[in-house]
Design a protein around this ligand. Structure first.
Ligand SMILES: O=C(O)[C@H](O)[C@H](O)COP(=O)(O)O
Ligand SMILES: [Mg+2]
Length: 299
């Protein structure tokens, strides 16, 4: 059973209990480019109380560096080494876990964030934002030349998704021996200021269906992201809390890492999913309406 937080003493007790605060971004700190009310104040309060603050997002459209630009633009204090996105985790996975040979390449269904992180990790890639791939022209298989050096397809949130990208990815995954099917994350939807949009999981779904197999998904709830954080930041899991808006990514991620979990209702998860007859079997330790609720603590 989750503990519902409501009083100042509830929030003060949480601050006493946890030294490291990991924050999901979409649906927790903001909805698209609209900040959640009170988020900036609460992050400032945590920093004044000498808490470690880490940002952990499945959103692969931005690299760590370009996320820093979003934080700056929205007036949220953040440092690049506090920001962990699924594009970064995927690039590290390909270079350091898969150890993709240097002459091999990745075919990217995704945007600039994934390209920047792959480049940063020294991983060669094609596709992505290439105008030849971001096209609505009919795809001609007769005119397509298979690149034998493509050893993996990496699929993430791509607002330029089209039949050409899906067709090229399908060719690599069915015709290049050993070509690995990877996904940055598999969120079905994500929240923006005016509602919900299809997420990365809805971009890779057509490939899953055509291939009859699932990708290796690297973002939350997989522990890969936590491994990336552990490689850079020292923290005690027992005194760490993960704050998220999605049960099957953020809360599962926290639970898988032995962290405490706080669910907020400003993103994907609704009240009906955590109480009543249709409640999910994924049960967070704590629930509060919004991260802004912690403002009641004051200084
Ligand atoms: O890929 C997506 O669907 C979205 O980018 C993702 O859901 C948002 O990531 P979050 O910050 O909520 O982990
Ligand atoms: Mg979220």
């Amino acid at each position: 059973m989750s503990a519902r937080l409501s009083s100042v003493s509830d929030y003060e007790a949480l601050l006493d209990k946890y030294d490291t605060w990991m924050f999901d971004c979409d649906g927790v700190l903001w909805q698209g480019d609209r900040l959640i009310e009170g988020a900036v104040d609460v992050l400032g309060l945590l920093r004044r109380r000498q808490k470690k603050v880490i940002f952990v997002t499945n959103n692969a459209t931005k690299s760590r560096k370009s996320y820093k630009g979003k934080f700056d633009q929205l007036g949220v204090e953040a440092h690049v080494d506090e920001i962990y996105g699924s594009a970064y985790a995927a690039a590290v996975y390909i270079s350091s876990v898969m150890k993709l040979p240097k002459h091999k390449k990745v075919y990217v269904i995704g945007m600039k964030g994934m390209e920047e992180e792959l480049h940063e990790e020294g991983v060669a890639f094609l596709g992505g934002m290439d105008p030849a791939d971001c096209t609505l022209e009919p795809f001609s298989l007769a005119d397509f030349t298979l690149d034998p050096d493509v050893g993996a397809v990496l699929c993430g949130l791509d607002t330029n998704i089209n039949y050409t990208k899906l067709s090229k990815a399908f060719q690599y995954l069915t015709r290049n021996p050993g070509c690995v099917f990877l996904a940055t994350n598999e969120d079905s939807t994500y929240p923006v200021a005016d509602g919900l949009l299809p997420g990365a999981g809805s971009i890779s779904a057509p490939l899953r269906y055509a291939l009859g197999k699932d990708p290796i998904s690297i973002g939350k709830p997989a522990t890969t992201m936590l491994d990336c954080i552990k490689a850079k930041i020292d923290f005690d899991p027992k005194r760490t809390i993960m704050v998220g808006d999605r049960l099957n990514t953020d809360i599962l991620f926290g639970q898988g890492g032995g962290l405490a979990t706080l669910l907020v209702l400003t993103g994907i998860t609704s009240e009906a999913e955590i109480s009543g007859p249709d409640a999910s079997s994924i049960v967070p330790d704590f629930v509060t309406q919004s991260i802004g609720d912690l403002r009641s603590i004051g200084k």
